[in-house]
Design a protein around this ligand. Structure first.
Ligand code: NAI
Length: 231
């Protein structure tokens, strides 16, 4: 029998997360990066990975990696490499990525189209199962893995157990879309609209703003202060 992502989430919450103490957001933010590093090193033929080689691969400090891992319990003996496959499984489990997540995207404009044609989400277990827009010229057209549907059809998705939603509509429409996604049981939203969105307590939201990221770069350029390549 296939395990659904919500079954998986329940097991994850019960068997895994509850053991952890409050983990800093910055640590959580770096964990997918470690997963990428482990995969790169595995592809290079390393079966055993130490924090130093992971740090060199990612351009960060081994101390930081060991500190981040320490929030999640025992990862191995100091000085001895982590078994690569075990490490990958472990990080996947911590991030709750193991069982895969169905994703829907709303707003198939410039950004939404780019997201739909990007293949890199699959490596983390994300499967885009539907995309919605309100523009009649876009509805019914194939974009990447899906055919664009009318936004009014979001409500029909309930039975498909959608875990995550991506919002790529203009700021003025973003709250309404977040409400519609929350109403069908979406538990995580990645929001690209440059606006604060309110969601029910059980929904997690991450907002990404490239303009904000860009706006802090000149500070580092002018001040000469260095910062981590991934911060
Ligand atoms: P766009 O105008 O090319 O696309 C927006 C799409 O949303 C259009 O296809 C439109 O028909 C659709 N739409 C509008 N209202 C809708 C509704 N109520 N329901 C369903 N679909 C609706 O805009 P673009 O450039 O793709 O940007 C999308 C959003 O992402 C904007 O909020 C923009 O500010 C933001 N953005 C964020 C970036 C970031 O780094 N966070 C970078 C670029 C854009």
């Amino acid at each position: 029998m296939r395990t659904s992502s919500s079954d998986c989430e329940r097991k994850h919450n019960k068997g895994c997360l509850m053991r952890y103490r409050r983990v800093p957001d910055e640590t959580v933010r770096r964990m997918p990066l470690y997963l990428r590093g482990v995969r790169i090193l595995t592809e290079q033929g390393q079966n055993s990975i130490c924090s130093k080689s992971l740090a060199d691969c990612l351009g960060m400090s081994a101390w930081q990696i060991r500190k981040d891992f320490s929030y999640f319990g025992d990862f191995g003996k100091p000085g001895v490499g982590y078994d690569a496959a075990t490490l990958e499984r472990r990080i996947n489990k911590i991030l709750n990525l193991g069982c895969g997540h169905n994703v829907v995207l709303v707003g198939v404009g410039n950004l939404g189209s780019a997201i739909l044609s990007f293949n890199g989400f699959r490596q983390y277990g994300f499967n885009i199962i539907a995309a919605f827009d309100c523009d009649a010229k876009k509805i019914g057209k194939k974009k990447g893995p899906v055919v664009v549907e009318d936004v009014s059809r979001i409500a029909k998705l309930e039975s498909k157990r959608v875990g995550l939603g991506i919002i790529a509509v203009p700021a003025s429409a973003a709250q309404g879309i977040a409400d519609a996604l929350a109403a069908i049981g979406v538990k995580g939203i990645l929001n690209f609209a440059p606006v604060r969105i309110s969601v029910p307590k059980k929904v997690r939201i991450v907002t990404i703003d490239i303009a904000i990221e860009l706006a802090r770069l000149p500070y580092y350029m002018a001040s000469g202060q260095s910062q981590g390549a991934w911060e």
